[in-house]
Design a protein around this ligand. Structure first.
Ligand code: SF4
Length: 188
C-alpha cells in the first residue's frame, strides 16, 4: 500500500487487517480501506482491526441483521460423484441438520475441502468471514462410515474452522450415526 500518495488512509492498521484487504482488487482497495476506517472511526476506534474489516465486508455484501449466514464444507473426493443435492435440498427445506434456521438464513458458501488433509478449508473459511459467515456445517459424507469412507481428518478440519471463531455443526442431511442404524443415506 502506497501510503505516500494516499490521502484517505489515516488510521493505524493491524497487519492482519491489511493482509485481509489484499483480497480486494487493487484499483478499489484504497477506497474500500477508507470505508473501513470510516466505520471504525464512528465506533470511536483509533486503529483498524481484522474485526472492522470483516464487519465492513459483511455490511457491503448485505448480511441482514439477525440473519444467520451458513456455509457447507464437503469432501473433495465425494464431490466427484455427488453434486451436493442432499445438502442443498436439506438447507432449502430447512430440514434435518438445518431445521433450526428460519427463512432468513442464507447459504453463503458451499465448498469442498480441496483434498486431503483438507488443504484449503482454513483459507476458504477465513475468506467467508468477510461475508459474515456464522456457522459452517461439515457435510454428512465427511462424518459417516458409509456409503463413503469417513474423513480421517475431520477433527483437524473442525478445529481449524473453530479456530477462526466460526461455529461448526456436524452434518447436513443426516443425524450422524443414523446410517449405521439402518437409515437410508439419502433420506427423503
Ligand atoms: S480431507 Fe477428508 S473431506 Fe477432504 S478429501 Fe480427504 S477424506 Fe475427503
Amino acid at each position: 500500500m502506497d501510503k505516500g500518495k494516499a490521502t484517505i488512509i489515516m488510521m493505524k492498521w493491524d497487519e492482519d487487517a491489511i493482509e485481509a484487504m489484499k483480497q480486494t482488487p487493487e484499483f478499489v482497495r484504497e477506497k474500500a480501506m477508507a470505508k473501513v476506517e470510516e466505520r471504525a472511526k464512528k465506533k470511536g476506534k483509533k486503529s483498524v482491526t481484522i474485526e472492522d474489516v470483516n464487519e465492513s465486508y459483511a455490511a457491503v455484501f448485505g448480511k441482514d441483521p439477525g440473519a444467520t449466514n451458513v456455509a457447507v464444507v464437503r469432501c473433495e473426493i465425494v464431490s466427484e460423484v455427488c453434486p451436493g443435492v442432499g445438502c442443498l435440498k436439506a438447507f432449502n427445506k430447512r430440514i434435518e441438520l438445518f431445521k433450526e434456521y428460519d427463512k432468513n438464513a442464507r447459504l453463503v458458501g458451499f465448498f469442498t475441502c480441496g483434498g486431503c488433509p483438507g488443504r484449503r478449508v482454513f483459507r476458504l473459511a477465513n475468506n467467508l468471514k468477510k461475508y459474515g459467515v456464522d456457522v459452517v456445517h461439515m457435510s454428512s459424507c465427511m462424518l459417516m462410515e458409509e456409503p463413503f469412507t469417513r474423513c480421517p481428518h475431520k477433527e483437524e478440519i473442525k478445529k481449524s474452522i473453530e479456530g477462526l471463531g466460526i461455529k461448526v455443526v456436524d452434518g447436513t442431511h443426516h443425524e450422524v450415526g443414523q446410517y449405521a442404524h439402518g437409515m437410508s443415506f439419502h433420506k427423503r
